[in-house]
Design a protein. Structure first.
Length: 373
């Protein structure tokens, strides 16, 4: 996603007051420069009012140091924002551009947490990270916090027998092992209890569970349970039912927004700057894309349905050739997590694996609600 062009205001120009007065009364971000000082970045819920009070106060201001300080502003740049999400994205991009050395500290941007399969070792294991590296094969997230990621990890470890130790294994029959191996909660590759291929099969089962959040596992267990009941093997059916309950509990501990990092696709729906305007903020592969603006006041009535209009615009904007995968993916997902998990979220999130899987019916309904409101 590229930073949009700013509205540049020269406070010393005669038309400066007119330029600021023409700004919409909406939230926005501003950046001004004063000789001898670092740039100042701020935001406001009413950009026009903030800049008017800053440059052209209506009351008499005494000749204090603060007043003389603001009179030295040489250039002012501002960006209007239709939502808190857009303002967050603007602040992130502007801060990263103007303060490259300490932008994360200025933003107070906390990296989200992920559940990853550490494939660096010959015997992979699950790992909780907030900065995935090349050693991590499949990565899932973002989780709201570390505790929820660890809870989901513990649920998986209770279902599968992958190792929990963090050491680099050198399998040997003389290895002392650990308590989890004694409780049959680990395949004990350290003690050569299983071969490398047998352990790899268990890792594949974990990957399959992560990919579908246990849907395929639950379906297989349900089928096996029904078969055992029909064959009057009630003891086996009870065991399968107990395992099915564990699978359901593990799946319930994972938020619906969690997805594989390189397949994290979706779009956010927010209001637009103008009346009867909405904006779609797509994410493809964990990277923010340029917004898609829907202006209904300019559409010809009865020309095409909204569903057809959305499908056409999104298919063009999110085509593989048009998708952008630049920047720091984890930081961009941190901006998403700050918005999605916040109490002030001012929009709707629509996840999808492939664009044809997008819930267009719900999207059309929420767009209609926003334009009517």
């Amino acid at each position: 996603m590229e930073l949009p062009r700013p509205i540049i205001v020269d406070p010393r120009a005669l038309e400066a007051a007119e330029v600021i007065a023409s700004l919409p009364e909406t939230r926005g971000v501003y950046l001004f420069s004063i000789p001898g000082n670092s740039p100042h970045l701020g935001w406001s819920l009413n950009l026009r009012r903030r800049l008017t009070r800053l440059l052209f106060p209506s009351y008499t201001v005494p000749e204090t140091g603060v007043a003389r300080h603001f009179q030295k502003i040489t250039e002012l740049q501002c960006w209007t924002a239709s939502s808190r999400l857009e303002a967050s994205l603007l602040i992130y991009q502007i801060t990263r551009q103007h303060f490259p050395n300490d932008y994360l500290k200025r933003l107070r941007l906390r990296m989200p947490w992920f559940l990853a399969m550490d494939s660096y070792d010959a015997f992979p294991r699950l790992d909780i990270v907030n900065r995935p590296t090349r050693r991590h094969g499949t990565v899932y997230g973002p989780f709201f916090n570390r505790d929820l990621a660890q809870r989901y990890e513990q649920e998986l470890l209770g279902l599968f027998q992958v190792r929990r130790c963090t050491e680099t294994l050198t399998p040997s029959p003389d290895h002392p092992g650990c308590i989890y191996g004694e409780m049959n909660q680990c395949l004990r590759p350290c003690q050569c209890a299983v071969s490398k291929d047998e352990y790899a099969n268990e890792v594949l089962r974990v990957d399959e569970f992560l990919a579908t959040n246990g849907k395929l596992t639950a379906a297989d267990l349900s089928t096996a349970r029904e078969r055992a009941s029909q064959e009057m093997d009630f003891e086996q059916a009870a065991q399968l039912h107990k395992r099915l309950e564990k699978v359901s509990a593990a799946a319930a501990s994972r938020d619906g927004v969690i997805a594989r990092l390189d397949q994290f696709n979706g779009l956010a729906l927010t209001r637009g700057l103008m009346e009867q305007e909405c904006r779609l903020w797509p994410i493809m592969g964990g990277y923010w894309q340029s917004p898609v603006v829907l202006q209904f006041s300019t559409m010809e009535p009865g020309a095409r349905s909204l569903d057809q209009e959305l499908r056409e615009k999104l298919s063009i904007a999110l085509a593989p050739a048009a998708a952008v995968h630049t920047g720091n993916r984890v930081e961009q997902l941190a901006v998403f997590s700050r918005w999605y998990y916040s109490t002030w979220r001012d929009g709707y999130w629509f996840p999808f694996g492939k664009l044809e899987d997008l819930n267009y019916r719900r999207l059309v309904r929420e767009i209609s609600n926003l334009t009517r409101a």
